[in-house]
Design a protein around this ligand. Structure first.
Ligand code: ADP
Ligand code: MG
Length: 654
């Protein structure tokens, strides 16, 4: 039986409640709460230059003085016969706690301006302890009490036998089990503490990397029937495309073709900046798969994008005897049934829709090729479901958010990476400017000048959870209507029905609408070459990659595109600055990863696993690389493989 927290010495009802509210409900979680910081205390002499821990006696009681912004507390102490001034700021409680004659330890530095020690901490002599003190910063439990509880709990901790052979942690000098937690909660030196935290990061990344390696090796073991595309037909199709493919597009198509011909399923991540022309690569590949007798499925993150793809695919395939259908959650029952039937009996060649296509009801005669557009919205588990649809289909994931290398090594380890780096010729640049709302009128004037030239504009507002989402874009729309009296404004947001959405998008495409006031439903995919302006409101509430995506909606025609990012505070400008400076999606995504962590790259909801507890993708690159390399070896170990293979998608950190 494991010991319960309430039975541990030092944990009363009050403490138990606080721990609960911090998510701590057993010994394990108590131990895994890593200190936010460590402070090193040791007694010093009086010292004008360095930080002091001075054992002294209060010789003059504190006096309080209210200055403009702070409260200054001055008092005097004696240290070995020396009388020294001390000042502290805002620590008003000292007034009542320090009495003449008290033995105390002052922590602080000598300040030349005040001719005093500037105090940062005051201890009663008997409460002061030399050594390294962990700081947990839990409200209601002071740091030394938390430490006491942990050390007490450690007596009852029964570590599991680790599956990882000893040599792996020995080679980095990492401790395990009880010793590890001692180092974390009661280290003798800072080095020991940091090393122990590094060990936790390593174990966490290792456990993650092992899972990813197993997923990959499992995929490599899968078999499929190799495809035999009819190359004559494919060439004919490529000839019908109204532009010449770029070299990168050709390379991508070739890579995909050779993977189709293999006898294990393809899993490829096609990354290319927005506008780099990924869709046509998917269309050609799908056509090739169809000529080989397969059906194809195209999954888009939103209905809006599904409709777009649907129109686009239909027009490319119109002379090639390919039947395309669109199936979303709002397809009418009758039509839906007809589509399901057509997929089952093989009459339909391509079906486009959202993730509802992964539904069990959707059955294919021979699904051989799957495209996931904007795949970063699909997490590791979704990828598993996709792979299991049909008979081990080839899967092509497409993303306009370039994946930083560290991420692709781990999260996308189950895929082959293919990049489209060059843009189609004649791509116009996008001029990006960040403004505060003070300059909003100027922006509107500029928008008007473009509208006069016959161009169109997007106004994007952030998605706000709850119903004000709609009122927000609606308000923007109303404001725009009163400003741009001679122009038509359309509204697009996630809560509209799909008919309404389709209708407004068609109107925008046909220029019956001049401005589209929208939420981020347009983030991916909408392609209106006549739109030249993108105005993003409250831009600082978006990630850099999302902003880059959004602005990619303009500058698609023969004119320069303009993107205006509006922020409420000047301080917010700095973080977005990189968008004014570069259009390189790679640089931007690296910066995004640095600023916001990896959550955005997979869509936070679907990827709890990404948010590591101890490790940080960016800062802990070296540890991550070690973990990845070790994982590759470790999955050859029977015990490791068996255990992790049966816990592949578990969230648990062990
Ligand atoms: P994304 O990679 O962002 O999905 P799309 O596939 O939507 O980009 O392509 C953007 C636009 O570029 C489309 O209008 C497409 O027809 C066009 N396009 C794609 N490839 C080329 C090319 N090689 N030459 C000219 N235009 C191209
Ligand atoms: Mg696209």
């Amino acid at each position: 039986m494991t010991m319960e927290l309430k039975n541990i010495k030092g944990i009363g009802d009050k403490t138990l409640k606080i721990l609960k509210s911090e998510g701590i409900d057993d010994i394990q979680s108590l131990l895994y709460l890593v200190p936010k910081n460590y402070i090193q205390y040791h007694l010093t002499d009086f010292d004008m230059l360095n930080e002091m821990n001075l054992r002294c006696i209060v010789s003059e009681a504190p006096e309080i003085q209210r200055l403009k912004k702070v409260i200054k507390i001055s008092f005097k102490v004696t240290y070995e016969g020396l009388i020294i001034n001390a000042v502290a700021f805002n620590m008003t409680f000292l007034k009542n706690t320090l009495k003449v004659g008290d033995e105390i330890v002052l922590v602080g530095r000598y300040d030349q301006d005040f001719k005093s020690i500037q105090v940062t901490k005051v201890f009663k002599e008997r409460e002061y302890k030399e050594g390294i003190i962990p700081e947990y910063n839990i409200e209601g439990i002071n740091n030394s009490n938390y430490q006491k509880i942990v050390l007490e709990a450690l007596k009852f901790y029964e570590p599991k036998n680790s599956l990882i052979p000893e040599e792996y942690y020995l080679k980095y000098g990492y401790k395990t089990g009880i010793d590890l937690f001692k180092s974390i909660h009661s280290p003798i030196s800072m080095t020991e503490a940091y090393k122990a935290i590094e060990a936790l990061k390593y174990y966490e990344l290792l456990s993650f990397s092992i899972r990813m390696s197993i997923i990959r090796s499992n995929i490599e073991k899968e078999v499929k029937v190799p495809k035999k595309p009819d190359l004559e037909k494919v060439k004919e199709f490529i000839k019908s495309i109204p532009f010449e493919l770029t070299q990168d597009q050709k390379n991508a198509v070739n890579t995909i073709f050779s993977d189709m011909k293999l006898n294990h399923p393809m899993s490829t991540l096609l990354e290319g900046d927005v506008g780099s022309g990924k869709t046509i690569i998917a269309i050609i590949s799908i056509y090739a798969a169809i000529t080989s007798g397969s059906q194809a499925l195209v999954m888009a993150p939103t209905e809006v994008l599904s409709f777009q793809h649907y129109e686009n695919f239909k027009s490319y395939f119109k002379d090639f005897n390919v039947r395309v259908e669109c199936l979303t959650s709002s397809t009418k029952t009758k039509e839906r049934e007809a589509i399901l039937k057509g997929l089952k009996n093989g009459d339909i060649d391509v079906v486009i829709g959202t993730h509802s296509l992964l539904n069990n009801e959707v059955v294919f005669k021979n699904l051989g090729f799957v495209v996931c557009d904007e795949q970063h919205k699909f997490g590791v588990e979704q990828r598993k479901i996709i792979r299991e649809k049909g008979n081990n289909p080839d899967v092509l994931y497409m993303t306009a958010t370039p994946i930083p290398r560290t991420l692709s090594l781990t999260l996308f380890n189950d895929m082959k990476l293919v990049s489209v780096k060059t843009m189609p010729k004649n791509r116009k640049s996008i001029i990006t400017k960040i403004h505060t709302y003070k300059e909003y009128l100027k922006v509107l004037e500029f928008v008007e000048s473009e509208l006069k030239e016959g161009r169109q504009a997007y106004f994007v507002s952030p998605l706000i959870e709850d119903d004000s989402e709609n009122s927000n874009v609606l308000k923007v729309k109303n404001d725009l209507e009163s400003y741009f009296k001679n122009y038509k404004i359309g509204l697009l947001h996630g809560k509209m029905t799909s008919e309404e959405k389709e209708d407004v998008i068609n109107k925008f495409m046909n220029h019956e609408i001049d401005i589209l006031s929208s939420t981020t439903v347009i983030e991916v995919g909408i392609n209106n070459p006549n739109a030249s302006i993108m105005v993003i409101l409250d831009a600082s509430s978006f990630g850099l990659s999302s902003l880059h995506q959004l602005r990619g909606r303009v500058g698609r025609g023969s004119d320069t595109g303009y993107c205006f990012l509006l922020v409420s505070k000047t301080e917010q400008i700095d973080k977005l600055k990189i968008l004014e400076e570069t259009q390189d999606g790679f640089l931007i995504s690296e910066e995004d990863l640095r600023l916001r962590g990896p959550g955005d790259f997979l869509g936070v909801n679907q990827s709890g696993k990404l948010n590591f507890r101890f490790a940080d993708f960016v800062k802990d690159k070296k540890i991550l690389e070690n973990a990845i390399n070790d994982a590759k070896e470790l999955i050859k170990n029977y015990n490791v493989y068996t255990y992790y293979n049966s816990h592949l998608y578990s969230d648990k950190f062990d």
